[in-house]
Design a binder for this molecule. Sequence first.
Ligand code: PMP
Ligand code: GLN
Length: 387
Amino acid sequence: MRDAPFAAASRLTGLGTSIFTEMSALAERTGSINLGQGFPDEDGPPEVLRAAIEAIEAGHNQYAPLPGVPPLREAIAAHQRSRYGLEHEDVQVTFGATEAISAGLLGLCDPGDEVIALDPFYDSYRAGAAFAGARLVGVPLQPPKWRFDPAGLAAAVTERTRMLLLNTPHNPTGRVLDRTELEAIAAVCVKHDLVAISDEVYEHLVFDGEHVPLATLPGMAERTLTVSSIGKTFSVTGWKTGWACGPAELVAALRGAKQFMTFAGGTPLQHAAAAALAIAEEHGARLAAELEAKRDRLCDGLERAGAEVLRPAGTYFVNADVRPLGYDDGVVFCRELPERAGVVAIPTSVFCADPGRVRSLVRFAFCKREAVIDEAAARLGRLRCPT
Ligand code: PMP
Ligand code: GLN
């Protein structure tokens, strides 16, 4: 026996259990309302669900071509063209945005490379960078406005920097970066010849401002992989059907990794995703309006409960400072919340390289039915004045 037969496994598990897995299990165990992991509690549009069933019945059940089924690749290209005026050289379908990001990191980064990301960052980024032997370097978004310091961004670049991994609209903060901020990011990428992966999974879920894809900025189309998926736009997070599009050379690098990760599958869902994208504009606008109302409902409820709300401009998530509820530490708050109030939420600090920076903040998901939001808010309201 080798001394450490599972060294590789422990290196990876050293990355920790996904916070989402952990918190959803906690919600299940305690029968709590789950405002932790971001997934809607209602299904996507019936015509999209039907398209998946019809695709199975039509016999779309074997391996897809590696780049994805032609109708979906065409629908993605059409979506990017009509919505943003972007003409991508190539499109690769993936198992959700998650695979696009991991495969992009694997295909484009060498061991020892550095990848800059806004901090807090979505949890798979650090793991994806680690798979590639690369290191994630955070540029802080400062609460309560969640803005970054452009000088701090410029200073984060070293000789080892290979990539900028952007996310807007941003999880977990709900920020939608504005054009001035994106120009600062683009300037750094161009100056230092960095490639970019831009994770835009919440592109349709914007309430204030507008979503500007990084690839639309001058000098960026030729160096950016734009990543998205249908999970959020169509309330089908379990479908895990996403894509990356951009310059042929960058897509080829991602595809090279992806082909040996999963090859190509989810064929019927790829066909259904093509049908979904045909109604993305109308459906996305309707969903954003619904979610905006839900955002306001949860923000009001949190405020009534006494928390200090950092109102988001997009996504599924709102952050709140729980100090007025008697907690300095969001981790302790989230640990006690299921027992005390029957609600699960996620401490924002788990998304940060330096947890102390946002210690008293907690992320709540509002992609839930109104009655569920109201019940969660009522339960949180009882925290301050227990009956
Ligand atoms: N990026 C961000 C910022 C996310 O919040 C999520 C969450 N679900 C993903 C990527 C993953 O997307 P998918 O489910 O399509 O893999
Ligand atoms: N994106 C979802 C969130 O941020 C969770 C996705 C996951 O479970 N990995 O809550």
